[in-house]
Design a protein around this ligand. Structure first.
Ligand code: NDP
Ligand code: 1BO
Length: 321
């Protein structure tokens, strides 16, 4: 009986990827995590039971995340029980830069392999590009060449899974034409204020697991879902916090979620999402929250209204919204 209970709990904590590997249902985000993300990473892993840490070269915190990972391993957590995700930034989105970027990431994170390496955004930027980019700073992209290099990293066991982020259905379909190794994961902004059902469905159809980023609505100009009346109502009814309702909603949709916090109470709170469910009627109500809108449109990062090639947010998302 105890054994059966363990298995059920274990299953609820993970999703299985097309590669056969498992991704933890909840991970810690590290974007805008300040100067000491190592403390948050350590707290998350050792005190709160997280096993997935999501980071990116662009967040500028690889080294601190690495310190946190090392400290957690010194405290007895095994590397093979951790799931470490990082991302290939846009200035490295060319075939000759992929391996260099991976090696830098491994060195900074102090690990000898990654669990997941994602294409952060499907746009190639010139090194040091401004925000928004000036004329000539959004470069031509050889996606097939980049993907081939990512595939080699899997074959060489430097990376266990490869994936994508901020793709559209059009870009996904294009990638699937030439991919010899399937993207295992697609990381997208998803929360009740931006369900992005279209992309979720396209990934499901192709057996690609989705990780929901900004599951709480993000920070700094994000959407304040924590105080949304529908979320607060369900939280009150189920005696959970709004943060827990948002993370649980993501998991019940079949996506993993990577809430970010640098506060230890919230880090612990956000993973308290197992062993209970949002009842169907409440789940459906959360799926009907109006004013569906992205928080992270990509405008500052990629749009140059005068010179292009991306002249609007609609261009960034291939006019699919
Ligand atoms: P989240 O949706 O995780 O929200 C983070 C904000 O919520 C912070 O201000 C945090 O503050 C606050 N918060 C955390 N927990 C609670 C809680 N329980 N109650 C109230 N407030 C809370 O935003 P992010 O945009 O950071 O997304 C999460 C992660 O996803 C990122 O950190 C990053 O790893 C990844 N990501 C990936 C992207 C991509 O392009 N692939 C894009 C964006 C994000 P505090 O820290 O003070 O607790
Ligand atoms: C600038 C990168 C967006 C968050 O992943």
């Amino acid at each position: 009986m105890a054994q059966a209970a363990m298995t059920v709990q274990d299953e609820e904590h993970y999703f299985t990827l097309v590669s056969g590997h498992r991704i933890p249902a909840v991970g810690l985000g590290t974007w805008r995590s300040g100067s000491w993300p190592d403390d948050s990473v350590f707290t998350a892993i050792v005190e709160a039971g997280y096993r997935h840490i999501d980071t990116a070269a662009e967040y500028g915190v690889h080294e601190q995340v690495g310190f946190g990972l090392q400290a957690a391993m010194k405290a007895g957590i095994r590397r093979e029980d951790l799931f470490i995700t990082t991302k290939l930034w846009c200035s490295d989105l060319s075939p000759d830069r992929v391996r260099i970027a991976l090696n830098n990431a491994l060195q900074e994170l102090q690990v000898d392999y990654l669990d997941l390496f994602l294409i952060h955004w499907p746009f190639h930027l010139k090194e040091g590009a401004s925000r928004p980019p000036k004329e000539g700073e959004v470069l031509e992209l050889d996606m097939e060449g980049v993907w081939r290099e990512m595939e080699k990293l899997v074959k060489e066991n430097l990376v266990r899974d490869i994936g994508i982020s901020n793709f559209t259905v059009k870009k996904l379909d294009n990638l699937l034409r030439f991919a010899q190794t399937m993207p295992s994961v697609c990381q997208m902004e998803m929360h009740p204020g931006w369900r992005n059902d279209k992309m979720l469905e396209a990934c499901r159809k192709n057996g690609i697991h989705v990780t929901a980023y900004s599951p709480l609505g993000s920070s700094e100009g994000g959407r304040d879902l924590i105080h949304d009346e529908a979320i607060e109502r369900v939280a009150k009814k189920l005696k959970k916090t709004p943060g827990q309702i948002l993370v649980r909603w993501a998991i019940q949709r079949g996506t993993s979620a990577i809430p970010k916090s640098t506060h230890s109470e919230r880090i612990k709170e956000n993973i308290g999402v197992f062993g209970w469910e949002i009842p169907n009627e409440d789940f459906e109500a959360l799926c009907r929250i109006p004013n569906q809108k992205r928080v992270l449109s990509g405008e500052d990062l990629f749009v140059n209204k005068e010179a292009g090639p991306l002249r609007s947010v609609a261009d960034v998302w291939d006019h699919e919204d």
